[in-house]
Design a protein around this ligand. Structure first.
Ligand code: MN
Length: 198
């Protein structure tokens, strides 16, 4: 099971050459985890990850998340990452996939929030995340240090079954209206929430 879920992750990496975590599945407990990593690869981007079913569902967000409702941020779905990746900070060496520095820009817990949250019910939360991702529309509440409140992840075009795999990977990350909305650029807060490094 770990092999098939994380086979794309494994195929892209050489674990003797990168400090990134091995492709193992994890069974967490308590509320589901989210993490956003700032990745100074060839192009700086932010990797937005949601724990579900033992892995981190992942999107690359070129401009990073925003707390401004008007800013709909492109989020390109990437391969599932192992749960242990959530605490990964380090430098992926030159010549390796995704070479560059990774820091944990934000992390916390999350829950689907359409019609109410379920932070205390892992099984229900994962079921709702699975359904939301399958239909291309997921509303979640984030409880991080920098990202707080309700967000939508919306698939913009196509579907996994349309055969157009590239368009199926395009989503938008959008802040919902709530008390955490602000026009300030949250990515200006650049320090790691784990180590404090910038
Ligand atoms: Mn990345």
């Amino acid at each position: 099971m770990a092999k098939s879920k994380l086979s794309e992750y494994s195929a892209k990496r050489t674990f003797e050459a990168t400090p990134e975590p091995a492709p193992t599945l994890a069974e967490g407990c308590g509320p589901l985890l989210f993490v956003v990593q700032q990745h100074s690869a060839r192009r700086l981007h932010y990797d937005f990850r949601l724990e579900c079913d033992g892995v981190l569902k992942s999107w690359a967000v070129p401009k990073g998340p925003s707390l401004d409702r008007e800013e709909k941020r492109l989020a390109v779905q990437t391969e599932d990452h192992p749960y242990d990746y959530a605490s990964f900070e380090g430098v992926i060496p030159e010549g390796q996939y995704g070479a560059g520095e990774v820091i944990v820009w934000d992390c916390g817990v999350y829950s689907p929030d359409e019609g109410g949250t379920c932070f205390d019910d892992r099984a229900e939360a994962q079921q709702r995340v699975r359904e939301g991702l399958a239909k291309g529309k997921l509303s979640i509440e984030l409880r991080g240090e920098k990202l707080k409140g309700s967000f939508a992840l919306v698939r913009t075009r196509g579907s996994p079954r349309s055969g157009d795999s590239d368009s199926a990977k395009q989503w938008l990350l959008i802040k919902h209206k709530d008390r955490f909305v602000t026009p300030e650029e949250v990515t200006a807060r650049s320090a790691s929430v784990l180590s404090g490094i910038e």
